[in-house]
Every structure is written in C-alpha cells, then in structure tokens.
Design a protein around this ligand. Structure first.
Ligand code: GRF
Length: 205
C-alpha cells in the first residue's frame, strides 16, 4: 500500500469496499464456459452485485476451467460417482468459501434433492429455450424440427424437477427461415450472455 499514490489508494479501498458487499457465487460448468466467462466480466462492474469466487466442474475436461487460471478464481473438480459423498463434499466447500448463490452454466449433472435442500442459499440455471418449452437436451434441434418461429433462453430457479423451477428472466428471439440448430444455438447463446448477469442482479437486489 505504501507505494501507491493517494488516488490509487482511494481506488483500492473503494474496490475493496464494493467487493465486500458483493454476493459470492460458485459457477458450475461441464463444458466451454462462455457463460462463466461472461459472468466474470460482469462481476467486475460495480453495478453488478456479485463476485465469482469458485468454479466447480464434474470433469477436468471442461474447457471453461481455463478461466480459473486466467481470472485467478479457485476451482474444484468433483467426481460424481458417489452422489452422497459428493453432495457432502461440495456443501462443505461451498460453506468454506461463503458461497450464497450457485449458478449452473452448462453443468451436465443433476443436483440431488438432498443437495438442493441442504445448500444454504439460492441455486439458479440458464437453459437455452423458452421454458416450459423444450426442457432437457437438444433444445435447438427440436425447436427447428418443430418449425418454431421463436426461440430464446430462460434463467430459472433449480428444483429437483429438471428445468422446472420458477422463471426469473427470459429473452425471446426470432428464428429465421435459414436457421439450423447450429446457427440458432449461436444466436441464443448471445442473448444468454445478456440475461444471465441481469437475472442475478434481479434476484440479489
Ligand atoms: C448454454 O447454452 C446453456 O444455456 C446450457 O449449456 C450451454 C453452456 O454454454 N445450459 P457455455 O458452456 O456457457 O458456453
């Protein structure tokens, strides 16, 4: 601190103060982690009341794990073979790290009833469809096959029933005639990045 100028010290203290007030989040991933990266980006803004303090993955192959090193965020890779043991272990890690909100972002395991009941905080997920339509996997493929004119994404609370918890925020987009499931997935991912940070803000404010 001694080597910092007066202005730098002020900024440092302000950031510390803002950081303290922010809600600590754990993001659970299994894949690319573009939503994770986006949430990290938003967490740096003073107007978004959260910090990403922990990344959890069920596989060491998740590409998004690279953001742990890049942004200096703790990561844990959890083996899901024994559900009961796993639940206990994650709950402990979350408690140790004072995590108050879990954001699932492309996490390919289903959280157990026991885990959801025992976590002392909120759990939310982003799903690439306009729920309650197209729960589960291959949402874009099914939407295209059914000739849907609109698609989109939803942020919702996690319950023990797959993709069925209360919706926090949704964003609708138009499906164009030329879209296939790949182009639609790209379009939807873009709007996922818009609504996930705002959905968090909504439930924390
Ligand atoms: C997103 O489409 C999300 O809605 C779904 O899984 C995908 C994860 O993408 N649950 P990424 O790993 O965040 O890039």
């Amino acid at each position: 601190m001694e080597k910092l100028s007066k202005e730098e010290k002020k900024l440092y203290l302000m950031k510390k103060l803002i950081g303290c007030k922010k809600t600590k989040i754990a993001v659970f991933i299994s894949g690319k982690g573009s939503n994770l990266k986006n949430l990290i980006k938003f967490s740096k803004l003073a107007s978004y009341p959260f910090t990403i303090n922990l990344i959890i993955s069920n596989t060491s192959k998740a590409k998004g794990l690279k953001y742990s090193k890049q942004f200096n965020i703790k990561k844990k890779i959890i083996n899901y073979d024994n559900k009961l043991k796993t639940d206990k272990k994650i709950l402990e890690i979350l408690k140790e790290n004072k995590i108050k909100l879990i954001c699932l972002a492309g996490f390919m395991k289903i959280l157990s009833k026991n885990f959801i009941k025992n976590f002392n905080g909120k759990i939310i997920n982003i799903h690439p469809s306009l729920l309650p339509k197209y729960k589960g996997l291959n949402t874009h493929y099914r939407a295209i096959k059914n000739g849907e004119r609109f698609a989109g994404c939803s942020v919702h609370y996690v319950t023990s029933k797959l993709d069925s918890g209360k919706i926090i925020l949704q964003k609708k987009i138009k499906v164009s005639k030329n879209d296939n499931h790949i182009s639609l997935a790209k379009k939807v991912l873009k709007v996922e990045h818009l609504i996930y940070p705002d959905a968090i803000k909504k439930i924390l404010n």
